[in-house]
Each structure stands twice: as structure tokens, then as C-alpha cells.
Design a protein around this ligand. Sequence first.
Ligand SMILES: NC(=O)c1ccc[n+]([C@@H]2O[C@H](COP(=O)([O-])OP(=O)(O)OC[C@H]3O[C@@H](n4cnc5c(N)ncnc54)[C@H](OP(=O)(O)O)[C@@H]3O)[C@@H](O)[C@H]2O)c1
Length: 320
Amino acid sequence: MQIRLDQEIQSPNRKKSRILWKPPQSMATRVLLPQFNSTFTNTTIFLSLNPRLPTTTRSRFSVLSMAESNRTTVLVTGAGGRTGQIVYKKLKERSGEYIARGLVRTEESKEKIGGDDDVLIGDIRNVDSVVPAVEGVDAVVILTSAVPKMKPGFDPSKGGRPEFYFEEGSYPEQVDWEGQKNQIDAAKAAGVKQIVLVGSMGGTNLNHPLNSLGNGNILVWKRKAEQYLADSGIPYTIIRAGGLQDKEGGVRELLVGKDDELLETETRTIARPDVAEVCIQALQFEEAKFKAFDLASKPEGSGTPTKDFKSLFSHVTTRF
Ligand SMILES: NC(=O)c1ccc[n+]([C@@H]2O[C@H](COP(=O)([O-])OP(=O)(O)OC[C@H]3O[C@@H](n4cnc5c(N)ncnc54)[C@H](OP(=O)(O)O)[C@@H]3O)[C@@H](O)[C@H]2O)c1
């Protein structure tokens, strides 16, 4: 629930330009002024008016007080991506608990996910474009990744395997290492309280076929970013997903593992909506913090669909 108060205050006199205002309840309160947007955790707010303004000048402001103090502002990066957009949408659907924000790379990606003002455009390779996105957020869900492209000319009817490449400047080193590092650094500087990072299973094997894709060593760079996050001091959750599938979520039993052990089994895939759900659930439970784990699921119809995420996270014993 959200209560919006519109108030007008008048500077009492020119010399005394500080106005003390007590919100009605003890709660975090957000004050919105045209050039000012801060969160106060005290019950008292000081508003400074320009003493040179005439005493009759009124400063209009709005106060959003409420359950906002209980809501978590979450930035999803890669919010236009296939898993990122599910996380962003789920957060929007749970607006009683979350204030969603997205970071996408292009205007097209922004339009694709609805074009709302809470979606910022930025390139994670440039830390300056990440800084405004992390400002004032409580948690960041990192779903950015270098995306390999298929070389033209592949004809499936002739058999063989397609070849892949990364565009110049968009290799995993630049996106999955430097880009992730930029996000972690910016989040840390902004006082973000938790980072959920989605990585990939396979990182324990340097010779994993994904590393030779486009000569990008993608799992190596992802792993390096994961290590950087784990060493950052920020409470983190690293989710190393199995093969991602565009299937319905919430209908399978999820499995957590470590050190790529799940890759040796038959259960090494997971639906994107399930990964998205785990990202959000990780924000709710202390049991998910300072942990890194592999994530897959049983096939639909075998096992019991996972509902108890606290228990799922409790089964994770690995910090990295
Ligand atoms: N595919 C699999 O089977 C698999 C398996 C395990 C783990 N994973 C990992 O799971 C995660 C989610 O995968 P997904 O397939 O859902 O992701 P995806 O659709 O490939 O999305 C990746 C996103 O990263 C964004 N991005 C790339 N470079 C960027 C940059 N420089 N600045 C800002 N944004 C940038 C892309 O933006 P644009 O839309 O503008 O390109 C895209 O939205 C990834 O880390 C992936 O590696 C994938």
C-alpha cells in the first residue's frame, strides 16, 4: 500500500531557511523534489530552502511514506535479455514488495520490456553509465552476458556445427569480466546491500566446449567475475545455471549442487523462469547470502515442484 502526501511548506523567514518536518510515523521516507531525491531513515527531515528566495516562496514536495520502507528497490541488469526480462516482470508484478529498475543496452531493449521510466539505458563496459542505475537501489541482479553470434553461411542441411564469434569489444573479457566488475564496483560504492549474479555451470573445466566458442573463454571470465564478487564484501548469491530452457517455470523440482557435479548427471538443465524466480527468492532469505551454487531441475513430472526456497538455499553449503 502506498500513501502519497502532497504538502506545501513556506520558508518562515529569510534567515531561517531550514525547515524541520516530522513524518507522521517512524519509517523510512522518500522526499521527492525536482532536483532532490533521497531516502531518510530518521523520522525527521530537514529541508533547506534557498535563503535568497522571497519568504513567500513555497516549496512543493511530495512524500511517499508507507510500506515503501519495507519495499526493496532492485536493479536488474540485462533486463532486456531472455532471463533478465522475466526477473524484471516478476518484480513489477510484486510491487508490494519490490520497486523494479532495469538496465538495458539499447532503446529497442527498453521498448521490448515496456519502455517504462524505471528502465535506464547504459553499457556495462562503461562504469559511468552504470553509476546512475545503481544509485538508491538495495539489490542488484546481474543478468548481463556476452552473447556469441553465429557466423553466416551455416547450412544445417549439410550437417556439421555452426561457428560462433563475438563482436569486437564485446568479448567475454569485456562484458563478463570488465562489465560485471564495473557493476560490482558501482554497486559497492552506492552501498548496495546484496548482489545476485547469474553465471553458468561448467566453470571448473577449463576445457569446457563453451570456452572455445568464438575463442572467448567465456566461462573463465565469468568465473573471474564471480570470484571478484565473492571477494567484494557485499552479501552475494552466485547462481551457476545449467542449460537454460524457454519452458514454463514453477513446475519442476529444483536441484542445487556444487563444482559442476550436476553436469555428470541427467539433470543439468533449467527453465529460465525458474532461474528468475530463484534470483528473486534469493533476495528474501538470509540462507541465500554469501553462497554460490549450481542450479538445475528434475524433468517435469518427476519430483515435487519447489516451493520452499528457504529450504533450497539451506541445502547450499558452498561460499564459492
Ligand atoms: N544459454 C544458456 O544455456 C546458459 C546456461 C547457463 C548460464 N547462462 C547464463 O545465464 C545468464 C542469462 O542468460 P540469457 O540467455 O537469459 O541472457 P541473454 O538473453 O543472452 O541476455 C544477455 C543480456 O546482456 C546484455 N548485454 C550484453 N552486453 C551488454 C553491455 N555491454 N551492456 C549492457 N548490457 C549488455 C544484452 O543486452 P542486449 O539485449 O542489448 O544485447 C542481453 O540483454 C547469462 O549470464 C548466461 O551466460 C546461459
